[in-house]
Design a binder for this molecule. Structure first.
Ligand code: T1G
Length: 695
């Protein structure tokens, strides 16, 4: 069978249409530049052709360079810059016809055309910064020449696309096409075919450049993109575009693009990009697995978690029945939920109408029997196995036969909960992260008997509510909390040895985490972690925990919610050391006979990331997580590990697994067998994922 050309040529009288056919997103893969160049050369040589239209086949225009080719040597990489140069000098008018998304190299291709038309629903953007790179095919020089310096910086530093309607107002799109895009683009091309001179963006001058604007941009990225390389390069290139001839910026852009592309930060961000998409694929779960129809959701518990969970479904337009045990708890929950929406409206994220529409989808009740119409019921009640079992027994008797029964437990055994029902195949864990309406991560806990249909339905539902759903197996803490438990233990050990809590937090902040372990503990509530440590000690028949942090809890200080825990908090919620707590820690060290030592930030970060990696390796080996990439996605989206470091398991590869093993041994840990094996074989966790995928 002949291979469909990646670029099809079709003639519409005197207009030649080049259609890019490279599903699913028309990425600029090998073969696309060759096809475009051939089409353009044919059009240039044919006197019967007056103008050229470039359009994307399928659901979108070009969504960018093919990220999978970033590792190729320059000579093998698709020649997007060459295609852009050919367009910029093309002797006949060229029209880019945009639908879906014109992103990155796709928008750069369009900017090199003489004109751009688009359907109103199209989106245009330069998201390269999200991959740790920068527009490398003329975007840093052309975009400011069309939309001005400030808007160009905003678009390139945020990476957020804009709608075609706004692009039209900015002059980035010349005409919006209301009807059929191809027809409209051909008609537009015919209208401009004779116009001369042919407009070239590269010949325009840049508007709106001032030294203060660039100084402000450089200051802003210190906060918004702390520790990242490519944002600073983008500001440099836009300043060059504003102050030097286009050609000079064009050349400088190529060099800075390669510098960014080879950076560990870009490797980390590209790893997360693909790992997030891989995590949605469940081996053995065919794309044709039938899905259950989720038309109505029930949530049990209107507390912080229950209310946040409910908001996810209301935001997706799904009606929610929310149950509480008392009118007072119900009213409190509803007022928190409404307050959350109203604060979003104040920030302009929602209109008041949208707030009312979402609240209208909510049915509060004290009657569990009102859940009888729900297709999915999620409980977010007290974290106690007896309570959960009693609840699921009751739900089993009142929920509709096809309903999915989900628990939001963060540590309890979902198999044990499922076993009390007559429908274990319809029981699953949906572990949301607080605040549930904000955090993107959703751990989808596949119990032993959870059916493929229920699992696939919940994966699809995660996408529908804008979550990153990652399938995990049943164990204490699943993936994220199990790792963070080890991480917390090591953090407490570091303090026992002499590091101050604020030094530990500062080291992890410097690594790129928004919150260090003790800032996070104070926010979550010291009593939560203490209850889990007590529960675990009881399970293991060990004495009640009596570490320095346990002693802080026993003083009654529970963290931010009581105005103070490890730290004190004023109304700005900024943590400040507390002298009494420092004295408690010093007394604890003395009681244990520990002579405190200074611990370097480097040791702190190596030890804390090392324990995450080590526990991740155990989780991987036990099959609780399918891929190391899944673990990275969980830890980036659920615990704030910097995406530009690719997550803990990817970061192990950047350090070298042998180095991680040596660190673990040096600080008294036993390296996981899988970690030692991969280190011995000179492999990374990415190699492991590829091995496991091959089966
Ligand atoms: N390259 C390679 N593969 C890509 C890709 C890309 N640019 N974009 C998507 N895919 C794959 C993706 O991995 C998945 O594969 C499938 O397409 C569907 O994607 C020189 C250097 C376009 C908004 O950053 O934002 O241009 O899992 O699940 O939810 O200046 O994909 O099916 O095997 O995300 O409908 C700049 C990245 C590149 C855009 C569609 N462009 N892509 O979302 O589908 S750098 C980007 C997206 C660049 C130049 C620079 C989204 C989307 P699989 P999907 P979606």
């Amino acid at each position: 069978m002949t291979q469909t050309p990646l670029v099809e040529q079709s003639r519409h009288d005197d207009i030649l249409v080049l259609t890019i056919q490279n599903p699913p997103v028309n990425a600029f893969s090998p073969g696309v530049p060759e096809g475009l160049k051939a089409g353009l050369s044919a059009a240039a040589a044919d006197e019967g052709i007056a103008a050229v239209v470039i359009i994307g086949g399928g659901r979108t225009f070009v969504a960018g360079a093919d990220i999978k080719t970033f590792g190729l040597p320059r000579e093998q990489a698709p020649d997007l810059r060459g295609t852009v140069q050919q367009l910029d000098a093309f002797p006949k008018p060229t029209v880019a016809a945009l639908h879906g998304t014109a992103l990155g190299g796709g928008l750069e291709l369009a900017l090199a055309c003489a004109y751009r038309v688009a359907v109103p629903g199209a989106r245009l953007g330069l998201p390269e910064v999200k991959l740790g790179v920068l527009p490398g095919a003329g975007g840093t020089g052309r975009l400011p020449r069309v939309v001005g310096v400030q808007k160009a910086l905003d678009m390139m530093l945020s990476g957020t696309p804009i709608p075609a309607t706004e692009a039209r107002e900015l002059g980035l799109v010349d005409e919006l096409i209301e009807g059929d895009l191809l027809e409209g683009a051909v008609a537009f091309a015919r209208r401009v075919a004779g116009q001369r001179p042919i407009p070239r963006v590269s010949e325009r001058s840049v508007q709106g450049a001032t030294p203060e604007l660039f100084a402000a941009a450089r200051e802003a990225i210190q906060k918004s993109h702390r520790g990242q390389l490519s944002p600073a390069l983008i500001v440099d290139l836009v300043e060059l575009a504003a102050t030097r001839p286009f050609e000079e910026g064009w050349q400088a852009e190529a060099q800075k693009f390669m510098e960014a592309r080879e950076s560990p930060q870009s490797r980390g961000l590209r790893h997360i990009f693909f790992a997030e998409r891989e995590s949605a694929k469940i081996p053995g779960l065919g794309k044709d697995t039938p899905l259950l129809n989720i038309r109505a959701v029930g949530v049990i518990g209107a507390g912080t978690m229950g209310g946040g969970i409910a908001m996810n479904f209301l935001n997706a337009g799904l009606p929610v029945t929310i149950v509480e045990t008392s009118q007072e708890a119900l009213d409190r929950g509803l007022s928190v939920l409404r307050r959350n929406y109203e604060s979003s409206a104040k920030k302009g994220r929602l209109t008041l109408d949208e707030v009312e529409r979402r609240m209208a989808l909510l049915t509060p009740t004290l009657e569990m029997t009102d859940l009888g119409g729900a297709d999915l019921i999620i409980e977010a009640v007290f974290e106690d196995m007896a309570v959960k079992k009693a609840l699921f027994t009751r739900l089993d008797g009142l929920a509709r036969d096809s309903a999915i029964l989900a628990t939001n437990t963060s540590t309890l055994d979902v198999n044990e909960i499922a076993a009390v029902t007559s429908r274990p195949e319809q029981v699953i864990g949906l572990h949301f992260f607080s605040p549930a309406n904000v955090m993107k991560l959703l751990e989808i806990v596949r119990a032993e008997k959870t059916s493929d249909t229920v699992l696939a339905t919940c994966m699809a539902l995660a996408r529908r509510i804008g979550k990153v759903g990652v399938v995990v197996g049943v164990c204490d803490g699943f993936v994220g909390n199990r790792m963070v438990h080890r991480y917390g233990e090591e953090a407490r050990r570091l303090v026992e040895e002499g590091a101050s809590p604020e030094a530990v937090d500062a080291a992890m902040n410097a690594l790129g985490l928004p919150m260090g372990p003790f800032q996070m503990t104070d926010m979550a509530g010291l009593d939560i972690g203490y209850a889990i440590r007590v529960h675990r000690a009881q399970q293991r028949g060990e004495p009640e925990p009596d570490g320095w942090l346990d002693r802080i809890v026993k003083t009654g200080r529970k963290g931010q919610k009581t105005g103070g825990g490890i730290y004190d908090y004023d109304d700005t919620r900024r943590p400040r050391p507390n002298a009494d707590m420092q004295a408690l820690i010093e007394a604890y060290r003395a009681e244990k006979g520990v002579t405190p030592r200074t611990v370097s930030a480097d040791e702190i970060t190596r030890r804390l990331t090392g324990t995450l990696i080590n526990e991740g390796a155990r989780i991987l080996d036990e099959g609780i997580a399918q891929r190391a990439g899944d673990i990275d996605v969980i830890y980036v989206y659920g615990y704030g590990f910097p995406a530009y470091r690719g997550g803990p398991m990817h970061s192990a590869g950047e350090q070298g697994l042998q180095r991680v093993v040596e660190d673990l041994k040096q600080y008294g840990h036993t390296p996981a067998p899988l970690l030692e094996r991969l280190a011995r074989e000179g492999k990374t966790f990415a190699d492991f994922d590829r091995e496991r995928a091959r089966g």
